[in-house]
Design a protein around this ligand. Structure first.
Ligand code: ADP
Ligand code: ADP
Length: 224
């Protein structure tokens, strides 16, 4: 059975049909890359799955439960990092764990574990503005993973990074997916990125926004 089920999803903004007739089944451990040009409805689809937006028709369900708002079982990573600037790297990663009421010692153990996994050992006490973009995004990834989400939702997370950092981050994420068996829904307009990382590539087209292709891709993907 699917972890995420999307049926007949539609999102209309006044005269714009941002998304229509969208069906998607996401199985546990899928790494789905959603590929398409700017304006084809990728963010709209991801935002509805995240519970940050509501469809005008159809439904999205996580393990049979209708998605009506955000929840800790769906970890988000955005292009703009969205770290808390007044918190250290360590406390950014602890944030959700503290919200859930975990004892400080457990928060720290989990945060240190995930910061090591994203290659940020030694940067625990830095503040976001002291870090490069790639390192800020590593922090955001560790923060999302630390909550052990059922699904990781990523909207162009590497879009603001230079080419070399982007490739490093793609390899890091793919390694984490293989090691942690996380289910990933990853939005991008970069075909190389979509094919390199996805175990399944879903292609969307604009006017109106909808899925036009949905293909499994054999792994592993050689870079060159
Ligand atoms: P993508 O992520 O593929 O670039 P979006 O999902 O952001 O596409 O947008 C799909 C379409 O819906 C675009 O035409 C966009 O301008 C429109 N759209 C998105 N959000 C809104 C909004 N809040 N109000 C009006 N139109 C919107
Ligand atoms: P992306 O390319 O990642 O979808 P956008 O720049 O298209 O980012 O959208 C950023 C924000 O602006 C989103 O919250 C989206 O819903 C909103 N938005 C996008 N297009 C429109 C629009 N035509 N009118 C109003 N809001 C929009």
């Amino acid at each position: 059975t699917a972890l995420l089920t999307v049926r007949g999803l539609e999102r209309r903004f006044d005269t714009t049909l941002a998304l229509q007739a969208t069906d998607l089944d996401v199985a546990e451990n899928d790494f789905i890359t959603i590929l398409g040009p700017s304006g084809c409805g990728k963010s709209t689809l991801l935002r509805i799955v995240a519970g940050l937006d509501q469809p005008t028709a159809g439904r999205a369900e996580l393990e049979g439960h209708r998605i009506t708002g955000p929840g800790a079982e769906r970890g988000m990573v955005f292009q703009s990092y969205t770290l808390f600037p007044w918190l250290t790297v360590l406390d950014n990663v602890c944030f959700g764990l503290r919200e859930r009421g975990l004892p400080r010692s457990e928060q720290l153990a989990i945060a240190h574990d995930f910061l090591a996994k994203v290659g940020l050992k030694g940067f625990e006490n830095h503040y976001p503005k002291q870090l490069s973009g790639g390192m800020q995004q590593r922090t955001a990834l560790a923060r999302a993973l630390a909550n052990r989400p059922r699904m990781l939702l990523m909207d162009e997370p590497f879009g603001a990074l230079d080419h070399q950092t982007r490739e490093l981050m793609q390899e890091l994420l793919l390694g984490i997916w293989e090691a942690e068996r996380t289910t990933v829904l990853f939005v991008t307009h970069d075909i190389d990125e979509a094919v390199f990382m996805g175990s399944r590539v879903v292609v969307m087209s604009a006017r109106p926004g909808r899925i036009v292709l949905d293909e499994r891709v054999p792994l592993p993907h050689p870079r060159h």
